[in-house]
Design a protein around this ligand. Sequence first.
Ligand SMILES: *[C@@H]1O[C@H](CO)[C@@H](O)[C@H](O)[C@H]1NC(C)=O
Ligand SMILES: *[C@@H]1O[C@H](CO)[C@@H](O)[C@H](O)[C@H]1NC(C)=O
Ligand SMILES: *[C@@H]1O[C@H](CO)[C@@H](O)[C@H](O)[C@H]1NC(C)=O
Ligand SMILES: *[C@@H]1O[C@H](CO)[C@@H](O)[C@H](O)[C@H]1NC(C)=O
Ligand SMILES: *[C@@H]1O[C@H](CO)[C@@H](O)[C@H](O)[C@H]1NC(C)=O
Ligand SMILES: *[C@@H]1O[C@H](CO)[C@@H](O)[C@H](O)[C@H]1NC(C)=O
Length: 402
Amino acid sequence: MKQYNFIASIKELPTHIKREIRESNFRIAATIILCISMSIFIFILSVFVNHRVRKFLVSDELYFPPITPTLSHSSSCNVSSSSSTKNGGLREWIAPSEMWHLMTDKELLWRASMVPSIAEFPYKRTPKVAFMFLTRGRLPLAPFWEMFFKDHEGFFSIYLHTSPEFTEEAPESSVFYKRRIPSKPVQWGRATMIDAERRLLANALLDFSNERFILLSETCIPLFNFTTTYTYLFNSNHSYLSSFDDPRRMGRGRYNQRMWPAISLSDWRKGSQWFEVHRKLAIQVISDVTYYPIFKDHCKPPCYMDEHYLPTLVTKVCPGLTSNRTITWVDWSGGGSHPTRFVRKDVTEGFLNQVRYGFNCSYNGGDMSSICFLFARKFHPNTLQSLLQMAPRLLGFNSSSA
Ligand SMILES: *[C@@H]1O[C@H](CO)[C@@H](O)[C@H](O)[C@H]1NC(C)=O
Ligand SMILES: *[C@@H]1O[C@H](CO)[C@@H](O)[C@H](O)[C@H]1NC(C)=O
Ligand SMILES: *[C@@H]1O[C@H](CO)[C@@H](O)[C@H](O)[C@H]1NC(C)=O
Ligand SMILES: *[C@@H]1O[C@H](CO)[C@@H](O)[C@H](O)[C@H]1NC(C)=O
Ligand SMILES: *[C@@H]1O[C@H](CO)[C@@H](O)[C@H](O)[C@H]1NC(C)=O
Ligand SMILES: *[C@@H]1O[C@H](CO)[C@@H](O)[C@H](O)[C@H]1NC(C)=O
């Protein structure tokens, strides 16, 4: 009833008062519209200004993340970390700190094939030996290798290609800690084996300090101390990738006519899978796009790609770079398709010295050398204790506190 009365009373108001009420309504509406349009204008202006300011602050020359206003004026700005990021630009490029990455094989090989055009390095470069282990899982002889590497940090890098299912990490104190590279399944004798070898080489090539690259298996052992090994490799003008012409059925007999004309029978070579190559040859191996597909298509068992692809490739593209012999000794004298595997009772001083000094070979294409092999295989895990005992005296490894 009260409401009805009020409306009724407005109706009864004089017309000039009614007009005043209408005008004030109009003013309120106008004010509201003005306020809204001003705030829209201020909003647009602020977005514009913010954009300009950000563009100004984050110029193209700064490649670290955009500076947000709250960070730039706060005292928590970590100068040392941002400057190390700046220097890290080159540091990450010449030696990635993380083994793990998200590159596909194709991307990795391409990236690793980069060669600097300026011969002089803009930093102090100590040439390193890359030890590339092709294994299924854990390295059974790892303690022996640890002894070999001890006190030689900065002169070597380690790369592990394992089964993808193997995810066990070595202890933080180990030289093998976080040295696994992104790996894929490997079938012995097939193209996947070559893929793994190229993957190892490409990952190792990303570190510009790596100069010599050795492929090793989980049954390999070093035959000399680190110093001797390093000196032998760095004084050598050749790689140690074995390559020879085997006229027998298990050599030339595995040549496939369909490889012609790219590869002829006279190019066909055989050799040990366990190679040592220097940087120049490593780059040739990972950047081959001519012969690899031919082998992949036409070298299938009884043609084993790991015994023929690299020996034939070097003969085709750079025959002068290898000594044509391997530095990884293995005993085929037992016959059959697998070399002898040595167990605990075989590992004696006499036996090791026979392998260390019992051969003659050429070194740097000339003078005879009594050291022909730096590594040997295949050693059963139960040889570990004997090897560790003999190492300090026989091989001159530093065993203190090991
Ligand atoms: C800067 O940051 C790094 C890594 O985030 C840290 O190790 C270092 O102690 C920081 N330095 C200062 C002065 O805050
Ligand atoms: C290795 O073999 C190739 C041919 O297969 C030959 O051209 C090269 O000279 C050999 N290297 C040495 C050091 O004998
Ligand atoms: C190596 O060569 C030296 C000198 O030519 C010779 O005395 C020695 O018997 C050779 N050793 C072997 C294992 O052939
Ligand atoms: C090996 O290289 C060194 C220097 O790098 C050179 O003096 C020597 O003549 C080379 N030897 C051979 C056999 O090519
Ligand atoms: C390494 O072995 C060589 C002999 O092969 C020896 O002369 C040298 O002293 C050894 N080095 C160390 C550091 O034990
Ligand atoms: C052997 O190792 C100990 C302890 O790490 C070290 O102090 C010593 O210098 C090493 N000896 C050699 C010849 O490298």
